[in-house]
Design a protein around this ligand. Sequence first.
Ligand code: PLP
Length: 365
Amino acid sequence: AAEDRIFNFGAGPAVLPEKVLRKAQSELLNWHGSGMSVMEMSHRGKDFISIIEKAEADLRTLLSIPQDYAVLFLQGGATTLFASASLNLCNPGDPVDYLVTGSWGDKASKEAKKYAKVNVIWSGKSENYVRIPDFDELEQNPDAKYLHICTNETIHGVEFKNYPTPKNKNGIIVADMSSNFCSKPVDVTKFGLIYAGAQKNVGPSGVAIVIVRKDLIGKAQEITPIMLDLKIQAENKSLYNTPPCFGIYICGLVFEDLLEQGGLMEIEKKNKKKGETLYDAIDNSNGFYRCPVEKSVRSLMNVPFTLERSELEAEFIKEAAKEKMVGLKGHRSVGGIRASIYNAMTLLGVENLVAFMEDFKARHG
Ligand code: PLP
């Protein structure tokens, strides 16, 4: 029953809107009179074509994606796109710039090294990824094929609030937006390639979304596997092979829900309110809770924090679970606590967490 649902603060796969899950449930056995589930229908039939076309159209509306950009629904997660970016946009050995503000950007840069000459223009690793540098201080390679950023570092909780101006001759930024995709409006035209795994804000795992300027594709390296060739995928409208049909359908339901909520400006307002509520609780705890991230770049999606008495963290996680709040353990590489508060996490969920944090502090402070 719905009452049995818990507050899921996990980083991904993450909570989805209850409304979406209910709708999927009501259509599970018989989608729109087709007599079958979306899982069972041909990806080339008119029913599924209408599903993928509507999903794309709604995403285009949400993000105001211009027609000179292709929208793709692919497989392989954001991790596969780490390779696709350089395979599609560079000749072997071409220089590319990476601005590394967390471990996902770091991973992306390492994968790209196989197909391009990666120059890390800045890395926050030595200071444990707590900030984003002043863009003007950064030296970029004018010959780089693109500048890569990860707009929200899921593990470290560092989020870009504005974007660097690419100084490469082609003016291309490539962005991994996996963990803040559709959490706020974004000017797509600032980017050459945007990619995101769906499983945080917009759907189940198994779907990776790409938004790419059409003139940039069609020059993939010879060794590029056909599935990673964005031009082939674009020409075939993501249907070169069997796509992740059910996942795309769920993404479509999420996009519909985001539009019904008033679009991404409204979503951003809600996310700001949730973020403020949680960060205020941390900052007003007299040091009992601490967030290491510089205030100006704190993520509205993933909120990492530690307890002053770190020996209490395991107890915190255990007690929270008893209060139906799960997924709060920090990533295994950094420890501490992490509350992921994606679009589908309600303000009520965040308020519950804050009330628990205050109570926990009163008992242990
Ligand atoms: N990039 C970011 C920012 C992520 O948070 C993740 C996953 O958590 C990934 C990339 C990898 O995504 P996937 O598991 O879809 O390959």
